[in-house]
Write a protein that binds this ligand. Structure first.
Ligand SMILES: [Cu+2]
Length: 206
């Protein structure tokens, strides 16, 4: 490997790490919009109008996020039968998921709509994530239409970066102990990127 090649790869690895170091992103279902600088703006991260609705299942739904913060708390609220809920509407909305995660990157946040009155097939709803990774509350929303078994909903998008079973961490009351245990593996994996870079440097100088 050439010296230039090594620096290019190192730069790419660092860029990839920096890419997930900033706040978080709703990756599934489709976010109403993402602008990192406006993510602190309630209720939907600076996006105040509905542009697209995804079909969302009444049972077995989830919000998939990519977190830049290693430790964070989150809450998912839903408001039904409102074309474009306001901050006040969300304040009186129904909490459908809540907890914390001790690892960065991909996380599947299961959403249980069974306790939501007015949630039935054909209902329009907006799901709001509030997230705090230590630098303030951050917002993302997804506009959906609730559906019995939407063929367009891709359940394979539900993945946890720590390798834990997303369906096993579906408790709505917070983080589970096995998540804490698994986080060490993720930190070791992130450290591995740097170990690989150092190993490459030794190879070049040898
Ligand atoms: Cu942040």
């Amino acid at each position: 490997m050439t010296r230039i090649g090594f620096f290019a790869i190192t730069a790419a690895a660092l860029t990839a790490l920096q890419g997930v170091s900033a706040h978080y992103q709703l990756t599934y279902p489709e976010s109403r919009g993402f602008d990192e600088a406006r993510e602190p703006l309630a209720p939907c991260g600076g996006f105040d109008s509905v542009s697209n609705r995804s079909e969302f299942p009444l049972k077995g739904g989830f919000m998939q996020i990519n977190s830049g913060h290693t430790d964070y708390t989150y809450e998912v609220k839903v408001v039904t039968d409102n074309a474009n809920p306001s901050t006040d509407d969300f304040n009186s909305g129904t909490t459908v998921a809540k907890g914390s995660r001790p690892y960065p990157a991909e996380a599947c946040l299961p959403v249980d709509l069974s306790s939501v009155s007015n949630a039935s097939a054909g209902t329009n709803a907006t799901l709001q994530i509030t997230y705090n990774g230590g630098d303030g509350t951050l917002y993302q929303c997804a506009d959906v239409t609730l559906t019995e078994n939407p063929s367009s909903f891709n359940s394979s998008r539900c993945v946890n970066a720590d390798g834990s079973d997303p369906t096993a961490s579906s408790s709505a009351d917070g983080s589970s102990s096995d998540e804490n245990g698994a986080s060490a593996g993720v930190r070791a994996a992130v450290g591995g990127v740097f170990a690989a870079a150092i190993a490459a440097a030794f190879t070049i100088s040898a």
